[in-house]
Design a protein. Structure first.
Length: 232
C-alpha cells in the first residue's frame, strides 16, 4: 500500500513539475492523488487503532468516488468534446456519494485486512447502489472513448495526438479492470474487496496517465506549442 502510494504521489508531483496546469494536467494530478489517498487510507485502516478505522475508511471511499467522473471528464477533454452534460451529471452523482460517505452514521460495519487487499464491510444496499454508480460511469468512459477513437481515426494525421491520448485513457481503464476481473475470478473471496483490488491494479492506470497521456496531451513547462498542438 505504501509503495503504491509513493509511486502515485511521485507521479503526481512529477506531473506538476513537468507540465503546465491545463485541464488535462489538473484532472490527471487529481486522479493520481485520489488513488494515492485510497492507498494511504487502507494503510491506516489496517495498521491504526480502532478509533481511526472509520474516519480513514470515509476518506478512502471519498477518494475513489472521485475517480469515475474525473476519468469521464478527462476522456472528454482528450477527445476535444466541449459538450459535457454527461460529465456534469456524473459530478452530481459523485457529490451525492461523497456526502453520503462523509456524513452517514454507522455506514461502515467493519473491515478485514488480508495480505493484498482490504475488505470494507457495509450493508448490501450500499454495495449495490455504489457498484451501479462506479461501474456505470467507468463503462460510459470506455464506451465513449472507443466511439471517439473511431471518429478521430477518420480525421487522419491532424488528430494523431488526440487519437493517441484517447486510446491511452481507454487502455488505462482496461489495464486495471481486466486484471481485477481475472483476479476476482481466480480468487472468488476477493470479490468482497472490489475497491481495494481495483485500486491495487490502478497503479497501471497511473503510469499510463503520467508517462503516456500527459506527454502527448499536456504542455511542457518552458515549451511553446502551436494552437493546433494543444489538447486543452
Amino acid at each position: 500500500m505504501i509503495a503504491t502510494m509513493i509511486i502515485e504521489t511521485t507521479l503526481a508531483i512529477y506531473s506538476v513539475w513537468r507540465y503546465k496546469l491545463n485541464n488535462v494536467t489538473r484532472l490527471s494530478v487529481v486522479m493520481l492523488l485520489a488513488l494515492a489517498t485510497f492507498q494511504l487510507s487502507e494503510y491506516f485502516v489496517c495498521t491504526g487503532a480502532g478509533s481511526v478505522t472509520v474516519p480513514w475508511s470515509r476518506v478512502g471511499f471519498v477518494a475513489i468516488t472521485l475517480l469515475p467522473p474525473l476519468g469521464l471528464h478527462l476522456t472528454h477533454v482528450l477527445a476535444g468534446q466541449r459538450k459535457r452534460r454527461l460529465v456534469y451529471v456524473s459530478y452530481a452523482t459523485m457529490l451525492g456519494f461523497v456526502a453520503f460517505f462523509l456524513l452517514a452514521p454507522g455506514i461502515f460495519t467493519g473491515h478485514k485486512c488480508n495480505g493484498n487487499y482490504v475488505i470494507f464491510q457495509f450493508s448490501a444496499n450500499v454495495t449495490g447502489a455504489y457498484s451501479v454508480y462506479y461501474f456505470g460511469w467507468l463503462a460510459a468512459g470506455i464506451g465513449l472513448g472507443c466511439h471517439w477513437v473511431n471518429r478521430l481515426k477518420a480525421q487522419g494525421a491532424k488528430a494523431r495526438r488526440r487519437l493517441q491520448s484517447v486510446r491511452g485513457i481507454v487502455a488505462g481503464y482496461l489495464v486495471f479492470l481486466v486484471p481485477s476481473g481475472l483476479s476476482m475470478t481466480i480468487r472468488p473471496d476477493s470479490r468482497r474487496a472490489v475497491p481495494s483490488v481495483l485500486c491495487g491494479f490502478a497503479v497501471f492506470l497511473a503510469l499510463i496517465v503520467a508517462l503516456y497521456i500527459l506527454p502527448r496531451a499536456a504542455e511542457r513547462r518552458g515549451s511553446i506549442l502551436t494552437k493546433g498542438q494543444k489538447l486543452a
